[in-house]
Write a protein that binds this ligand. Structure first.
Ligand code: ATP
Length: 406
């Protein structure tokens, strides 16, 4: 499957090419992959040339964009050039366009009428979201060309309504078996070591890692006929990851923590310094979090740490804000002041400035407090400000998760 995105705006930094991601997401469950992706400006001859080459290389070629009414929409003409066929006006599409434009008080100008032009012999793919339809041309040798509109909502609708069903019919039975684990607290190298220890041998299975700040996705993929092998391998991966894996469904860490709290009928409150509300944002993004989230305090200034979270001034003076005692006092204070079963906190140097030799940029302390007391952990994270903050928020949530499985 090959994809050609057209649109000069994609090449001047105005729009991000998100279609390739949507397409890839639709293909993977079918056992297919984007073999090649090209982005081209609105240039009829460049699109035609690329199409000719693509149709030699690939069985299925999809083109997006350039099907609208304006003069820079040249994909129809470029495709006709590449295939050496004519464009013909589709009567049903013309009717649809007329009704659509009249209903919104617009005229069917000649430019707008161009949207009814289809490649001779092509199937018209109804666009339930916008005006220009998609097209599918079935070519010699079982090759197929899809022309799809560019606006993201229309492209997505086309994938769902026409492309995926067609591919499922014609490339069915290839869907791989996929298993994922979301992991916090282990890096790739450590996972590889642990897999060795449990005797994991991938054989025909594929093991892949995708890391982002504070989380790592481990993905095991097996060919469709390897169900038993997959089950055995998944057991080994599960054993190797142990309590470091927090989800096997790509569920959010905050949602996992929330489920655990709700199950126990317990609540959490947060005290955030370097994460500035990021933990609260993650928690409140989870629907129904009001059942287990009490609230949070963003205490950036030291005097607010004291006034709102009861962090003793002497502690701040003696150890500084980024320290174990202060992280613990913040978590304890949040728990107490906000009437929760647990308190979690973060305090760190998010950078890019403000680092010192003993408290460098990236150093973060986080803590979890419960009725019996508190425990803090620290690590130095590397990356920009956003990365460090993301790590800190994930680690604090993960610390609570680990406390809950204890
Ligand atoms: P229209 O009828 O709007 O002209 P069209 O089929 O001609 O539709 P384009 O004009 O190429 O499509 O793009 C329409 C909009 O969709 C633009 O705002 C563009 O930024 C966006 N778009 C196009 N291609 C992509 C892409 N690959 N990824 C994300 N957005 C895209």
């Amino acid at each position: 499957v090959e994809f050609i995105a057209t649109g000069s705006e994609l090449l001047i930094g105005r729009s991000l090419n998100t279609h390739v991601r949507r397409l890839a997401e639709a293909l993977v469950p079918l056992g297919l992959q984007v073999a090649r992706e090209t982005t081209l400006p609105d240039d009829r001859s460049a699109i035609a040339a690329e199409l000719r080459a693509a149709l030699v290389r690939s069985q299925v070629v999809l083109v997006s964009g350039g099907l609208g009414p304006t003069c820079d929409d040249v994909t129809r003409e470029a495709a006709a050039d590449a295939l050496g066929c004519a464009l013909v006006e589709d009567a049903a599409t013309l009717d649809r366009l007329r009704v659509r434009y009249l209903a919104s008080g617009h005229e069917l100008t000649p430019g707008r009428r161009r949207q009814a032009l289809v490649l001779e012999g092509a199937a018209v793919l109804v666009n339930r979201v916008g005006s220009a339809p998609g097209q599918r041309a079935d070519l010699e040798g079982g090759r197929v060309l899809f022309l799809l509109p560019g606006p993201p909502a229309e492209f997505q609708a086309m994938l769902e309504d026409h492309v995926t069903p067609w591919l499922r019919r014609h490339a069915g039975g290839l869907a791989p078996i996929v298993h994922v684990w979301m992991v916090c607290g282990l890096v790739e190298g450590e996972i590889i070591e642990r897999l060795k220890e449990v005797g994991f041998d991938p054989g025909p299975l594929e093991l892949a890692y995708c890391a982002s700040p504070g989380q790592l996705e481990v993905r095991l993929t097996a060919p469709p006929d390897h169900k038993a092998g997959m089950a055995r391998a998944a057991d080994l991966v599960r054993a190797a990851l142990g309590e470091h894996a927090y989800s096997e469904t790509r569920e959010d860490l905050a949602a996992v923590v929330g489920r655990m709290l709700q199950h126990r009928g317990m609540t959490v409150a947060v005290a955030e310094s370097c994460t500035g509300g990021l933990i609260g944002q993650k928690i409140t993004s989870v629907p129904g979090s009001s059942a287990w989230f009490r609230g949070g305090v963003v205490a950036y200034a030291n005097d607010l740490k004291t006034r709102l979270l009861e962090v003793p001034g002497e502690l701040l003076a003696a150890h500084g804000a980024v320290s174990e005692p202060v992280a613990r006092a913040m978590a304890e204070g949040a728990r107490r002041r906000l009437d929760a079963d647990f308190g979690i906190s973060t305090t760190g140097v998010a950078g890019p400035d403000g680092g010192t030799p003993d408290k460098p940029v990236g150093l973060v302390w986080w803590a979890v407090a419960d009725r019996e007391g508190s425990r803090a952990l620290s690590r130095r994270f590397f990356g920009d400000r956003a990365t460090i903050r993301e790590w800190a928020a994930q680690m604090a949530l993960d610390a609570l998760r680990r406390r809950l499985i204890r």
